[in-house]
Design a protein around this ligand. Sequence first.
Ligand code: VGL
Ligand code: ZN
Length: 205
Amino acid sequence: MQNNTALLVVDVQNDFCRGGALAVPEGEAVVPLVNRIARKFATVVLTQDWHPADHTSFAANHPGAKPFETVPMPYGAQTLWPTHCVMASPGAALHPALDIPHAATILRKGLQRHVDSYSAFLEADRVTRTGLDGFFAARGITDIYVAGLATDFCVAWSAEDAQKFGFRATVIEDACRAIDLNGSLEQAWQRLTAAGVRRTSSGDL
Ligand code: VGL
Ligand code: ZN
């Protein structure tokens, strides 16, 4: 890959893999693919979903609510999740088989108690920037490939925002797995296509 191209590896963490608190079906299957793909990229950024225990995206912090219900938040509808990726917990750790020693940085997101952040660029309030756009821009990155978990949430939101910030974004479809909640995967692809995000498979890189 050329020097203007980066790989963003989204949330390949224990809680999103088999046995985890919010296990994505076959989530762990992306690990060998991502390890292999990453070797083609000089610039790799990893993300970690990283929430305080009292985060408002957790159903457990809403009396009477159950996971996968939706509640209104000031910034819009928020899906409630099982408690997951509590900062510094074993579930929040990167999958132990993830092997990307040359990753330049690890971006943590979702740290603010009252604001979720599926996207690695913009929190759910759609105002607070993580700074990742500046990181890539300062390094002359123009093209960002995205892989990881989950296709229809953090991967999709990150790819869409990468495109909004002026990068050419491409989702590596087979190196992602989805939660697929009430048609969310199909909706995500529709949004991504409308935003101009491309899709490819790891064999074509
Ligand atoms: C994610 C739901 C809640 C993800 C993170 O990584 O896609 N999904 N937090
Ligand atoms: Zn989360």
